[in-house]
Design a protein around this ligand. Structure first.
Ligand code: TMP
Ligand code: ZN
Length: 424
């Protein structure tokens, strides 16, 4: 496994990092650290060849539990400008996400009275994949996306996109220019925002009185049960269960209308939020009860999780070591951000993985942060198949196993890293 020297540039870190001392949702200072995965680099910052010889910045990655509102969270905040201005993640690069968003749009159109005058705003709209599912039915759409390189892609598809970070100030401007929104979407942004107060004030300003705010966030019980520790990284500041969300929305005069589990990003929840509810779905109480039974309110639960994470790391490192000793050729399949958490935390470098493949054009031709493994298009995997492929994009296991059935028929194997390293 690669032995890297860590570069921690304290002055630079002070410029790009902020340390929070109180809980992001309730303001309590009763915060307990239960897991440390760092120091690691920023996992969406793929490196060009010319950057390989320069020192790389590593940042702490410590996870805390608030004993007041039960929010699991990071307190070391890397500046959003640094994290999101040039961004490598493209929604449209993963076909399952396109299908998922299309179903989300269908569900919204079925359940809420919308017409061609209705305005649908997507916060963190990425390449416009989700909004396209609404615009094709003739609804008005508006994207808000901080990464200018990605906002341009959406514009090119005809999805009008404002390049900005969403907060209260941005919402005030948008409300003046575009009027109130009937639907505001925030898929995979809610966990990325440090200042939830400003975000929620912004939602309150921009949402029509009877409008609906819909978020999707990875669901904490899935992270815990499936040991998805690699989904913890600097972009993900909060790890939500329903309990802290109820607490947060109430602070802003809103209630959860309904909540559903959806099978993306390792298991997420889709949460429908409104100002005045006629009736709340039973799903809300059901999940709250499940969360109590799973003892999400107890620090012990998180300390046990941390012990299990160390065991996964030890088992995976041991498995790869044994395979390498036997002379196996191993590569990585997918180069998601979470894959870079796994590689850095387990110190899996080029001495173990010959290369990784990924469908995202921005990542191809670059190197994985921290571990410096070259990223190729999937063609390389078909041309130079390994004996074993470490499935870093494990959340797409079903699709990928099906897609790569030829590789498997010819004797190629996949290694699933979590919840327990397994060869399939
Ligand atoms: P995500 O889990 O954050 O959506 O990222 C998944 C990454 O895996 C993304 O970079 C695209 C890549 N990917 C592949 O390389 N092959 C695939 O078949 C799929 C579905 C994703
Ligand atoms: Zn709290």
């Amino acid at each position: 496994m690669s032995g890297k020297t860590l570069h921690v540039d304290k002055t630079k870190q002070e410029n790009v990092m902020l340390r929070r001392t109180a809980c992001r949702v309730c303001g309590s200072k009763k915060l307990h650290k239960f897991l440390s995965l760092g120091p690691i680099p920023l996992v969406n910052k793929f490196l060009g060849e010319e950057q390989l010889s320069s020192p790389e910045d590593f940042y702490p990655l410590d996870v805390y539990f608030c004993t007041n509102c039960y929010l699991v969270q990071l307190l070391d905040i890397v500046s959003p400008q640094v994290l999101f201005e040039e961004y490598a993640y493209l929604t449209g690069a993963s076909e399952p996400m396109q299908i998922h968003f299309s179903k989300l749009a269908d569900e919204v159109l079925e359940n809420f009275k919308l017409n061609e005058n209705s305005l649908v705003i997507d916060i963190g709209s990425n390449d416009g994949t989700l909004l396209q599912c609404f615009s094709k039915f003739g609804l008005q759409t508006l994207g808000i996306e901080p990464a200018s390189n990605i906002a341009q892609l959406a514009e090119a598809k005809g999805i009008h996109t404002v390049t900005d970070f969403f907060d209260e100030g941005c919402a005030i401007k948008l409300r003046k220019e575009y009027g109130p929104a009937n639907v505001i979407l925030g898929t995979n942004i809610f966990a990325h925002v440090d200042n939830l107060e400003s975000l929620m004030r912004g939602i309150n300003c921009l949402l029509a009185n009877d409008g609906v705010f819909i978020i999707e966030v990875p669901y904490l019980p899935n992270l815990l049960n499936n040991l998805e520790f690699d989904t913890i990284y600097h972009e993900h500041l909060s790890y939500f269960a329903v309990h802290p969300l109820v607490y947060l929305f109430r602070k802003f005069g809103m209630e959860i209308l309904d909540v559903k589990q959806v099978p993306v990003h390792g298991g997420s929840i889709r949460v429908f939020v409104q100002r005045a509810l006629k009736q709340q779905s039973q799903n809300v109480d059901n999940l709250l009860l499940m969360e109590r039974k799973a003892m999400l309110n107890s620090l012990k639960t998180y300390l046990k999780f941390a012990e299990e994470v160390v065991l996964v790391k030890e088992k995976l490192v041991q498995l790869l070591k044994t395979l390498k000793k036997e002379g196996a050729k191993i590569t990585g399949y997918g180069a998601p951000a979470k894959g870079n958490v796994l590689l850095n935390y387990c110190k899996i470098g080029r001495d173990v993985l010959d290369y990784v493949t990924d469908t995202t054009p921005f990542k191809q031709g670059k190197y994985t942060p921290g571990t410096h493994i070259p990223v190729f298009p999937v063609k390389k995997f078909h041309e130079e198949p390994p004996d074993y492929a470490l499935l870093l994009a494990w959340n797409y296991a079903d699709e990928i196993l099906q897609k790569e059935s030829d590789y498997r028929k010819k004797g190629g194997k996949f290694i699933l890293p979590i919840p327990e390293p397994k060869v399939i």
